[in-house]
Design a protein around this ligand. Structure first.
Ligand SMILES: Nc1nc2c(ncn2[C@@H]2O[C@H](COP(=O)(O)OP(=O)(O)OP(=O)(O)O)[C@@H](O)[C@H]2O)c(=O)[nH]1
Ligand SMILES: [Mg+2]
Ligand SMILES: [Zn+2]
Length: 307
């Protein structure tokens, strides 16, 4: 009997699942189910893929591969770049670890932007204050006080140092089996922390002599690294700001959940908590029940991003 397959073209490689672990312009590094990595091109019809995306791909000749389809995403983090253009950051993340540090400086407004983004997805945020080795005890206590407004409302706040490997054991447990992204300004030590958490890899870290000022971006591509006990960490380039897309005020309020119990007692239902009479949120801020700084950031975000 004639073999009907003999006349059809040979298909040497089967389609398989993979994960995007890095993006280099049009090329992607795909990790297969065995943890092997293959540099791939993409089908034109593929659309945008980002680090953490699950895809269908197949090997081709010369040790490369082709990504053919992006699979549905569990979570997706994007930000708004210049001129309001959406910039995808990463997909299928469980945790966002918001890293700040006394050098180059603590930026709570950036933290609040990340929290609004995280609260509007299923990504769990955690705040990590790195480089505490730089702080004398008094300054450290001040900083703990300053960040108590976050721990009081339920966000984990970790004080750590990549340099002296301090404060990371809880984080290691939390990250096991999950995908986490380290985000924050350039120079706060995201790559340094990742190098401590995964000693086998060598994420590029800024040379001390080059970090005298802000704006030196050492990490230039988003990269997923595997953790020894399962799960992974995504290193991402530093940002100056984390722009949000335009959104309804309710979604901004969602990132300021501690205001809610007070907002229910404002005299006006649509109170902006700015200068209305009978505003229970302003009273709460004056009495120290909520953070004045967070209220200020809320107003700024409403002015900038509310639809
Ligand atoms: N003193 C001190 N320095 C640190 C610590 N962690 C990182 N650094 C230093 O901070 C500088 C910046 O660290 P990176 O890890 O490159 O920072 P990054 O956040 O990855 O920066 P980008 O890749 O530009 O976004 C380097 O010189 C590190 O050696 C720390 O815990 N303590
Ligand atoms: Mg880096
Ligand atoms: Zn109000």
């Amino acid at each position: 009997m004639k073999d009907s397959n003999t006349s059809s073209p040979v298909v040497p490689y089967r389609q398989q699942r993979g994960t995007v672990i890095a993006h280099y312009g049009p090329l992607l590094d795909i990790e297969d189910n065995n943890g092997d990595i293959c540099r791939c091109t993409t089908r034109r019809s593929l659309g945008t893929v980002v680090c953490g995306d699950h895809v269908l791909w197949r090997r081709s000749r010369h040790g490369t591969g082709v990504v053919e389809k992006r699979l549905p995403r569990r979570t997706f983090l994007s930000r708004s770049g210049q001129r309001g253009k959406t910039k995808p950051v990463a997909a299928n993340i469980d945790h966002i670890i918001i890293v700040v540090a006394p050098s180059p400086g603590i930026n709570e407004e950036l933290v609040d932007h990340y929290l609004v983004a995280a609260e509007n997805t299923d990504i769990t945020p955690l705040i990590l204050i790195n480089k505490i080795d730089l702080l004398p005890e008094k300054k450290l206590l001040e900083l703990k006080q300053r960040f108590s407004c976050y721990s009081d409302i339920g966000y984990p706040v970790v004080f750590a140092s990549a340099k002296i490997t301090y404060g990371l054991s809880d984080l290691i447990r939390l990250m096991e089996g999950k995908i986490s992204i380290f985000s924050g300004e350039s120079g706060v030590g995201k790559s340094s922390l990742i190098n401590v958490l995964i000693p086998d890899i060598k994420a590029r870290v800024a040379n001390l002599s080059l970090t005298s000022g802000k704006g030196v971006h050492t990490t230039t591509t988003t990269h997923l690294y595997r953790l020894p006990k399962g799960g992974g960490i995504i290193d991402s380039p530093g940002v100056r700001a984390f722009g949000l897309e335009k959104m309804p005020v309710a979604r901004i309020s969602h990132g300021f959940a501690e205001f809610r119990e007070f907002a229910e007692h404002c005299r006006f239902r649509n109170c902006s908590h700015r200068n209305e009479p009978g505003c229970a949120v302003i009273t709460a801020a004056e009495e120290g029940s909520i953070s004045r700084l967070r209220l200020k950031h809320y107003h700024r975000m409403v002015a900038e991003y509310a639809l």
